[in-house]
Write a protein that binds this ligand. Structure first.
Ligand SMILES: [Zn+2]
Length: 126
């Protein structure tokens, strides 16, 4: 049983998408995947669809932010499970976004492969 809501079996997709807190997180999230929402019942299929956007404009940024959101939802679930601390959807989204921005800033400072040029080159395929 899901510790966070007590309403359903805790599966990967319940925890990441369908738990009430997770639903609010995705509503507040600055990255939207509405076009593939029907795939959320199977995480593998949903993730494959998310990865299809890698070559679109800002695709990698969208994926990186999404990974941070998934990670923060998981961490909030663990806090509730092990420390009985209830997660707040707005704080989860804020933390995901700030950690992603920090990651981006760190990469800009330390250098990384130039994915921006590659993204620009592929944006016409959209
Ligand atoms: Zn739940």
């Amino acid at each position: 049983m899901c510790v966070c809501c007590g309403e359903d079996t805790e599966t990967i997709v319940h925890m990441l998408f369908f738990c009430p807190t997770a639903k609010v997180v995705w509503k507040l999230a600055p990255v939207k995947w509405d076009g593939i929402a029907e795939m959320q019942g199977n995480f593998g299929n949903w993730w494959d669809a998310v990865m299809q956007s890698a070559k679109e404009t800002n695709g990698l940024n969208r994926i990186q932010l999404t990974v941070n959101i998934l990670w923060q939802v998981w961490k909030a679930r663990n806090k509730m499970t092990f420390q009985a601390e209830r997660g707040n959807a707005k704080l989860i989204v804020d933390k995901a976004q700030s950690e992603w921005l920090e990651y981006e800033a760190n990469n800009e400072t330390n250098g990384r492969p130039d994915i921006t040029a590659e993204e620009k080159g592929n944006s016409q395929q959209k």
